[in-house]
Design a protein around this ligand. Structure first.
Ligand code: IPE
Ligand code: IPE
Ligand code: MG
Length: 243
């Protein structure tokens, strides 16, 4: 019964961002290699995308590989690259059918040229879909994104007095996407880890100790239920105070 319980559409966040953390610990706790955890995490992502569509989420941003993750052992980095390639090969047609528009945030330059091409093709194929925008943060870092924005702002000859919040947002990798309403982090760490540091200025946070591969539709519903009860004040007063 609980599985089919719906979240009222008006309280579903428009933009959900997820730090999909805990794949390694999930695997180790089962005596499996870390990459098995990443595979399980990827299968879970597929389920969560479908759940987001069902709940009526419009934008989903997922942290798949950070600019700091290059510091992991070569074997793990290579495995994560292969997983991205496999996901595109195996899931793209179905995602396209489901109306998912794929986007990438981060820098593609450091990836293998063939993989870059694959990502660009996937983006092009799905560019007119509008059921769910899926931003894949891969080789993404919030500081790197801000540095990139500053470089382009200077390059474009923008005058200092023209720089404002709206302009900076337009220079982010997420240009045109509303800021995340809710950022979820699985596996319990209480840190930002360089994720959406500009866009997350007023996002609500939800942290659970559940490892990413176990974060199912029911866990997502719990996160949305919690979000629905939050009083988003943006530095002002709550609705009830104003009345
Ligand atoms: C998150 O899981 C996935 C990536 C960072 C690619 P981790 O690999 O960080 O899992 P833990 O934190 O070691 O358990
Ligand atoms: C954040 O998780 C990056 C991704 C989920 C892709 P990490 O596991 O890399 O972050 P830290 O090292 O715990 O801060
Ligand atoms: Mg981690």
């Amino acid at each position: 019964m609980a599985k089919n319980k719906a979240v009222s559409r008006s309280r579903v966040p428009t933009h959900v961002a997820i730090i999909m953390d805990g794949n390694g610990r999930w695997a180790i706790s089962r005596g499996l290699p870390r990459l098995a955890g990443h595979r399980a995490g990827t299968e879970n992502l597929r389920r969560i995308i479908t759940a987001c569509i069902e709940f009526g989420v419009k934008y989903l941003t997922i942290y798949a590989f950070s600019t700091e993750n290059w510091g992991r052992p070569r074997e793990e980095v290579d495995g994560l690259m292969r997983i991205l390639e496999d996901v595109i090969d195996k899931e793209l047609a179905e995602l396209n059918k489901e109306g998912v528009q794929l986007r990438h945030i981060g820098r593609l330059e450091r990836l293998d040229p063939k993989l870059q091409e694959k990502v660009l093709e996937a983006i092009d194929l799905t560019k007119n879909n509008n059921r769910l925008v899926l931003n894949v943060a891969f080789n993404y870092g919030g500081r790197d994104e801000i540095i990139c924005a500053i470089q382009r702002i200077i390059n474009d000859g923008v005058k200092p007095e023209e720089v404002n919040s709206a302009l900076v947002s337009r220079y982010m990798f997420t240009a045109g996407v509303p800021d995340p309403d809710l950022i979820i982090r699985t596996s319990g760490e209480l840190r930002v880890s360089n994720f959406l540091i500009w866009q997350g200025a007023y996002s609500e946070w939800y942290v659970t100790s559940v490892y990413w591969p176990d974060f199912d539709k029911e866990e997502l519903r719990k996160a949305f239920d919690t979000f629905a009860k939050r009083d988003r004040r943006y530095g002002g007063l709550s609705q009830t105070d104003e009345e």
